[in-house]
Design a protein around this ligand. Structure first.
Ligand code: FES
Length: 87
C-alpha cells in the first residue's frame, strides 16, 4: 500500500510505501534531512508531522508530549496513512 508525504512549507509531495522507513524514502527523493544513528537514539532526524505513523523501534529521545505533538523520528517510523510534514 502507498501513501503520500507532503511538505507543507514547499508544497512538494511524493509517494511512500507503507513498508518503507520514512528516512529511506526521504533520502530516495533526494531530500536533505539530517540524520546520524538511524536507530531512534540521537534525535537528529526529528520532524513534526500530521498523520499516523508506525513506530518500528523504541524511541529513545522524544518525550511522550513531543510524540503527542506530532514529532517523529523518520529513521524508525513508517507511514500508516498519508502524512503532512509540518516542520
Ligand atoms: S537518525 Fe538518530 S534518531 Fe533518527
Amino acid at each position: 500500500m502507498k501513501h503520500i508525504v507532503k511538505f507543507i512549507n514547499t508544497n512538494e509531495s511524493f509517494e511512500i510505501k507503507e513498508s518503507e522507513y520514512m528516512l529511506d524514502a526521504l533520502q530516495a527523493h533526494k531530500l536533505d534531512l539530517p540524520f546520524s544513528c538511524g536507530s531512534g537514539v540521537c534525535g537528529a532526524c526529528v520532524m513534526q508531522v500530521s498523520g499516523e505513523v508506525k513506530w518500528m523501534s523504541p524511541n529513545h529521545c522524544l518525550s511522550p508530549g513531543e510524540v503527542e505533538d506530532g514529532f517523529i523520528l523518520p529513521c524508525i517510523c513508517k507511514a500508516k496513512e498519508s502524512i503532512e510534514v509540518l516542520d
